[in-house]
Ligand binder design. Structure first.
Ligand SMILES: Cc1ncc(COP(=O)(O)O)c(C=O)c1O
Length: 370
C-alpha cells in the first residue's frame, strides 16, 4: 500500500515496446546528438504548442538562457519575474548577465500578479518572464498588454506547463518565446534531461539554433559566442513517442484533480483553483495548509509521499542574497512557501490511490482537531 509522489515506472511499462524501438532506431542510425529524430520532435512539439518553430536544447534552464539571449537581454538589463518559482528561472536571467527584478504572485493562482508589474518597470527593464506555475498559465493578456505598452518582450517559463491553455492558446505560444523542460518528472518528460524553445519569430529561432550549437550555422564558422546545449538523439526519439500520449495523460491528470477536488472539498485544505479560461495541466497538485509539517508526517507514516514546491522563495535563497531583498518583501510568495504541500499526482494514479490520500487527510484533520 502507500502512494508514491509520482510513478515513472508504471508509465514506462505501458509504452516500453515503443520506447525500446525508438531508442534502438537512434542507436542504429548513430545520430546521437541532434539528428533527424530531434528535428522531427521540434516540428511536432511546435505544432502541439501552435508555434512556427521549436528549437530543442539540453535542459529547460538552457531554453530560458537562450531565449533571453535571443531576445537581446544582456548585461545591465533587468528582467521582471516572480520569486515563487524554481530557482532556474532566476538563474537563467543571471546567466544572461541581467538582473532579476521580482514581483509578487497572485494569492489564488500563485502566478505573476499583473497589477504589480508596472511599479517594477525601470529604464533598464528589457523583458517580463512569467512562470506558468504548477501547470497553470499566468494571466497572459494582462501581462502582454503591459509589456506592449512599455515596449518589453514577454518570455514564458512554461517548464511546468506542457499543454496548458489560456483562453484557447497553448502555453509557449503567447510570449515572444516559450521555454519548456523535459526533465523526467515533467508532464512530458525525457529519460534524461531536455528542453525546447518555442517561437513564431524566425530570427529568434535562428539565434537560439545557433547559440545551442556553439554559435555556428556552418561547422567551425562561429558567428556568435555559443554553447553546447544540444539535445541528444535518444531523447528526441523518446519525446516523439511520449508526445503522442501527452493529451491522454493530461486529461488523466485533470480527472485526478477533479477527483481530489470532490473528495477534499471539506478537508480544510486550500485546493488549487483553475482560473476562468485556463486549462490547468496539474504538473503539481498544490494544496495549502497551516499544518504542513504535521500533515506531511501523517501522510508519510501511511506511505503517502508528498513534496514542497517550493519551501524558500528565490529572493530569500542565500545564493541570491546579492539581489538585496529581505523577508517581508513578497508576502504572498512567502506565505505560500510556508503552507504549500504537493500531493501525489501522475496520470496513472488509480481511484483507489486518490481515495487513500483523501482518507489519510481526513483522518489527520479529525485527529488534529480533537
Ligand atoms: C519553473 C521552472 N523553470 C525552469 C526549470 C528548469 O528546467 P530544467 O530542470 O530542465 O533545467 C524548471 C524545472 O525544474 C521549472 O520547474
Amino acid at each position: 500500500m502507500g502512494v508514491p509522489f509520482l510513478d515513472l515506472k508504471t508509465q514506462y511499462l505501458a509504452i516500453k515496446e515503443e520506447i525500446l524501438a525508438a531508442v534502438s532506431g537512434v542507436l542504429e542510425s548513430t545520430q546521437y546528438v541532434l539528428g533527424s529524430e530531434v528535428a522531427a520532435f521540434e516540428e511536432e512539439f511546435a505544432g502541439y504548442c501552435g508555434t512556427r518553430y521549436g528549437v530543442a536544447v539540453n535542459t529547460g534552464t538552457s531554453a530560458l538562457h537562450l531565449a533571453l539571449l535571443a531576445a537581446g537581454v544582456g548585461k545591465g538589463d533587468e528582467v521582471i519575474t516572480v520569486p515563487f518559482t524554481f530557482v532556474a528561472t532566476a538563474a537563467a536571467i543571471v546567466y544572461a548577465g541581467a538582473t532579476p527584478v521580482f514581483v509578487d504572485v497572485d494569492p489564488v493562482t500563485y502566478t505573476m500578479d499583473p497589477d504589480r508589474i508596472e511599479a517594477a518597470i525601470t529604464s533598464k527593464t528589457r523583458a517580463i518572464l512569467p512562470v506558468h506555475l504548477y501547470g497553470q498559465a499566468a494571466d497572459m493578456n494582462a501581462i502582454r498588454e503591459i509589456a506592449d505598452r512599455h515596449g518589453l518582450l514577454v518570455i514564458e517559463d512554461a517548464c511546468q506547463a506542457h499543454g496548458a491553455e489560456y483562453r484557447g492558446r497553448r502555453a509557449g505560444s503567447m510570449g515572444a518565446l516559450g521555454c519548456f523542460s523535459f526533465y523526467p518528472g515533467k508532464n512530458l518528460g525525457a529519460y534524461g534531461e531536455g528542453g525546447i524553445v518555442t517561437t513564431d519569430n524566425p530570427e529568434f529561432a535562428r539565434t537560439v539554433r545557433m547559440l545551442r550549437d556553439w554559435g555556428a550555422e556552418k561547422k567551425y564558422h562561429h558567428t556568435l559566442k555559443g554553447f553546447n546545449y544540444r539535445m541528444e538523439g535518444i531523447q528526441g526519439a523518446i519525446l516523439r513517442v511520449k508526445l503522442r500520449y501527452l493529451e491522454a495523460w493530461t486529461e488523466a491528470r485533470r480527472a485526478n484533480a477533479c477527483a481530489y477536488m470532490d473528495s477534499l472539498e471539506n478537508s480544510g485544505l486550500t485546493l488549487p483553483v483553475e482560473a476562468p479560461g485556463n486549462r490547468h495541466v496539474y504538473h503539481v497538485y498544490a494544496v495549502l495548509t497551516q499544518q504542513r509539517q504535521e500533515l506531511m508526517d501523517a501522510l508519510n507514516a501511511r506511505g503517502i509521499q508528498t513534496g514542497i514546491h517550493y519551501p524558500i522563495p528565490v529572493h530569500l535563497l542565500p545564493a541570491y542574497s546579492d539581489l538585496g531583498y529581505k523577508s517581508g518583501d513578497f508576502p504572498i510568495s512567502e506565505r505560500v512557501a510556508c503552507e504549500e504541500l504537493s500531493l501525489p499526482m501522475f496520470p496513472e494514479m488509480t481511484k483507489d490511490q486518490i481515495a487513500q490520500v483523501s482518507a489519510a487527510i481526513f483522518e489527520f484533520s479529525h485527529a488534529y482537531q480533537s
